[in-house]
Design a protein around this ligand. Structure first.
Ligand code: G4P
Length: 510
């Protein structure tokens, strides 16, 4: 691997809302010298707190596009930080973003430990063995005992934990953070008790902490880079994003331990980043960034090769090459130097709907990346159009939004009403708001008599027979694939038992 490739770190931060992801992102960018972006991140974090505000912000796409990918450099390492949506609902968008990273930082609030959203996102990382560095945040405040936190991470996530630092007191007692690697304590300074660079490398540790620290060092597994990289062990850092403790240590850990661009799974096995050919996959599409133009940006994660502006790439769904003349690069510091992109990098490709989430782009149109699934929706709704003359617009809108991964759309074999499916409630709110704002379609969502959906595959005969008997409960998804709309999980089991030759699948890979 060339240095340029091995010096790239593409990662995401996963956390429960309020744990401090925005604050930490800001501090990481500041250390990377990308100061002008920091304000934007903050602005977005604040606005995110209220749901209605969040939607307004999402509609002003300009902000979220610049902060969906943040690239910064430090000590010769290029970091690509991909933003995952911060709201509480799990969304498919989040999942897909996590397919585009090589590692993740898990931020935990020291007073709260593992929260529901942390756990869900962690499970997604585990599916792909994404290595995780843990950052226990807010140690400047009163938090839970360190051992309780470490044990909770280990137990709830079934993961080995290896502490790499120790908070010398928390809250009122906070005296700094001891870094195991150097033995130095980062000390709070001044009335605001921030970390301003003062490291005490011959620290006197009060007795009541000294014993705990010894225990932390010997009572947990030693750091093992292979175990970390295979997703079995997480190094744990302690700090305060707000007061800048632990941020440098975190960046250094990412630089030192986090994997460079990993080989990506495809139909021909893993594609190595060193492959000559430019290949990549679309993990996110953002439409209508400018309400006056129906343009969209497809975000491609580079898997191999050296991309150069103007290059021709063939999208897997299209069969003919497109010239990528004006890719958007995301260098926070210096946009000009970004004429080329390497494995691990993200480029934004403006297009008019030709590129879809899950598409592979490549020079020679041979390989297909796998592992970007659709999930069986957990909430299904019928879309009721208030103005029946808008049928065409509605179909266009639903197609667009399903391409973006905001919703999934199902067209029933009988009856005319479209059904939308989502994994989290918030996706429905976004749907209704965007239908009105971007497509001028006034629609209501009503309960559908289905609870979940399964993709059905099997022999032609088997599938035909199943179709003949169940037509009222069948639909096609946007790709024309057959979907069984089930009234309940029991219904799925029942059909599966009745048709053992068919597969009822809760995920579908494109
Ligand atoms: P999020 O993106 O994960 O949702 O969290 P965010 O960074 O927005 O932080 C949530 C709240 O926690 C913010 O306070 C933030 O200032 C605070 N916070 C983040 N890191 C630390 C830390 O290390 N120590 C302490 N004590 N607080 C921290 P807020 O009052 O909700 O917002 P704000 O008005 O301060 O921005």
């Amino acid at each position: 691997m060339t240095d340029a490739i091995s010096n790239r770190r593409t990662f995401a931060i996963i956390s429960h809302p309020d744990a401090g992801k925005t604050t930490l992102t800001e501090k990481l960018l500041l250390q990377g010298g990308a100061i002008h972006l920091a304000g934007e991140v903050k602005a977005r974090g604040q606005a995110r707190r209220a749901r209605s505000d969040w939607m307004k912000i999402e509609q002003q796409r300009g902000i979220s596009v610049t902060s969906s990918v943040m690239t910064f450099e430090r000590d010769g390492i290029t970091f690509n930080l991909l933003d995952t949506p911060g709201h509480e609902d799990f969304s498919e968008d989040t999942y897909r973003t996590l397919t585009a990273v090589d590692s993740a930082v898990m931020v935990i609030d020291a007073a709260k430990g593992i929260e529901p959203q942390t756990r869900k996102l962690f499970e997604v990382c585990r599916l792909r063995s994404v290595p995780i560095i843990t950052f226990v945040n807010k140690v400047d405040r009163e938090g839970r005992p360190v051992f309780e936190l470490l044990d909770e991470i280990a137990d709830m996530l079934a993961l080995d934990v290896s502490p790499q630092a120790y908070p010398v007191g928390m809250g009122g007692e906070f005296e700094g953070v001891l870094d195991f690697a150097t033995g130095c304590v980062a000390r709070p300074e001044g009335p605001s008790k921030e970390f301003a660079g003062k490291r005490d490398c011959e620290p006197e540790i009060p007795d009541r902490f000294a014993e705990e620290i010894e225990l932390a060092k010997i009572g947990y597994p030693e750091f093992d880079i292979d175990a970390y990289r295979s997703g079995d062990l997480t190094p744990v850092y302690f700090g305060s994003a707000l007061k800048s403790f632990g941020v440098t240590e975190l960046i250094e850990a990412l630089a030192q331990y986090a994997p460079p661009p990993r080989p990506q799974p495809s139909d021909e096995g893993f594609v190595e980043p060193t492959r000559d050919e430019v290949t990549g996959f679309i993990f996110k599409v953002q439409a209508n960034m400018d309400p006056n133009h129906r343009d969209r940006i497809a975000f491609m994660r580079m898997a191999s090769g050296t991309f150069r502006r103007g290059m021709k790439l063939t999208p897997s769904g299209l069969g003919k090459p497109i010239a990528v003349h004006s890719p958007i690069m995301f260098f926070a510091q210096d946009r000009e130097i970004a004429d080329t992109a390497l494995p691990g990098d993200i480029i934004g490709i403006p297009n008019h709907g030709t590129l879809r989430v899950g598409d592979t782009l490549s020079e020679k149109d041979t390989v297909r990346f796998t592992g970007l699934p659709n999930f069986a929706p957990e909430i299904l709704r019928r879309v009721q159009l208030k103005d029946p003359t808008k049928t065409k617009q509605l179909r266009k809108a639903l197609d667009d939004l399903s391409e973006e991964g905001v919703i999934q759309v199902f067209y029933p074999e009988l009856g005319a009403q479209h059904i939308v499916g989502v994994v989290g409630q918030l996706q429905l709110e976004v749907l209704v708001s965007r239908l009105a704002a971007e497509y001028k379609v006034d629609a209501a969502l009503e309960a559908a008599p289905f609870d979940t959906a399964r993709w059905v595959t099997g022999s032609d005969d088997g599938v035909r027979q199943f179709e003949d008997f169940n037509r009222a409960n069948l639909a096609r998804d946007r790709d024309g694939d057959l979907v069984f709309m089930a009234k309940s999980a029991w219904d799925v089991n029942y059909q599966q038992e009745k048709h053992p030759d068919l597969t009822f699948s809760a995920t579908k890979e494109r």
